[in-house]
Design a protein around this ligand. Structure first.
Ligand SMILES: [Fe+2]
Length: 318
């Protein structure tokens, strides 16, 4: 799958899209980064296969909150049926949340989800299939860049000691930076604003951080770890300050972020993968307490309705 073909945007384009999307002058927004990290409230769902109108409203409101994520807890959670509860939730929200088209993944099992769990130590194994921490990232950035609009995760079973999954809205971070340091903010529209370098082989990608698609604001970022360096894409002091700001605010418990724990079967979340990054802390499995997470991704644009996430190389960095 090629890169999203959205046109390059200016910082002013981004501000106009953000203003229209939010329905408010962004200068009037509270500064997200002056707020402490908070736990995401969970929407209670009685039966994911049969969402009520109130549940749909509550899930959509959470998704469209400043955090770009809604956590939920399913009271009736049966992972044996042919269609996983997470897929039912996405179907029930497809007119309210940009989870229009479920994306088929080569790793999907018969219930339609991809299972994420600690597969044990293996050379070259993706970090996602371990119990280690994952730095904040956007799903599909390597091979389906710009395609995956929504990420859904839900615990099929819980570990002995659960991870925190933390989420930061990069659109809101950018709007904070605009008000703190306008010159740094403007550089985030550069086509090569951020460079990501894979430490294992030196492969380098560059991306603009700010984007507009379907009339709405988008933002791309990921945080560094031992697998990827994250650098300003060019030697510019304004850009250096901008990338430093984003790295500083995409860590666990960063101001303005939210978090949740997949610490019980049926607890999960849906997040806006076009606006947010997410990461996870380490977790601990034990006999009878193995973390198995059902995962599903959705595209919004009709041009991606038949997209398949089909290559093993899509996994690293997911
Ligand atoms: Fe992820």
């Amino acid at each position: 799958m090629s890169q999203d073909t959205q046109r390059p945007v200016t910082a002013d384009d981004f501000l106009a899209a953000a203003s229209a999307h939010l329905g408010v002058d962004p200068r009037r927004l509270p500064m997200a980064t002056e707020e402490p990290a908070v736990e995401a409230p969970r929407v209670l769902v009685e039966d994911p296969g049969n969402l009520t109108a109130d549940e749909v409203d509550a899930l959509a409101a959470g998704f469209h909150s400043r955090f770009g994520v809604v956590a939920f807890e399913c009271r009736a959670y049966d992972v044996r049926p042919a269609v996983h509860p997470l897929i039912h939730i996405g179907s029930g929200l497809r007119d309210r949340v940009p989870c229009r088209w479920p994306v088929a993944n080569w790793e999907d099992v018969s219930d339609g989800t991809t299972k994420i769990f600690d597969a044990g130590p293996r050379d070259g194994a993706p970090r996602a299939l371990s119990n280690q921490a994952l730095a904040a990232h956007q799903d599909g950035w390597v091979s389906l860049s710009g395609v995956l609009a929504v990420t859904g995760l839900c615990a099929d079973s819980a570990p002995l000691m659960a991870a925190a999954t933390y989420i930061q809205n990069v659109v809101r971070l950018a709007l904070d930076l605009w008000r703190r340091d306008e010159r740094a903010f403007a550089r985030l529209a550069d086509p090569d604003a951020v460079a990501i370098v894979r430490t294992s082989d030196g492969k380098r990608w560059t991306f603009p951080v700010l984007g507009v698609s379907g009339g709405g604001p988008r933002a791309f970022f990921r945080a560094p770890n031992d697998e990827f360096d994250v650098l300003p894409g060019s030697a510019d002091p304004d850009l250096a300050r901008a990338v430093e700001f984003l790295i500083e605010h995409t860590q666990p418990d960063s101001p303005g972020s939210t978090y949740t724990r997949l610490d019980q079967a049926g607890r999960g979340f849906l997040l806006d993968n076009h606006q947010c990054v997410h990461g996870r802390t380490a977790f601990v499995d034990a006999d009878g307490h193995k973390r198995v997470i059902a995962s599903k991704w959705w595209a919004k644009d009709d041009r991606y309705r038949d997209v398949r996430w089909g290559a093993p190389e899509a996994v690293p960095g997911r």
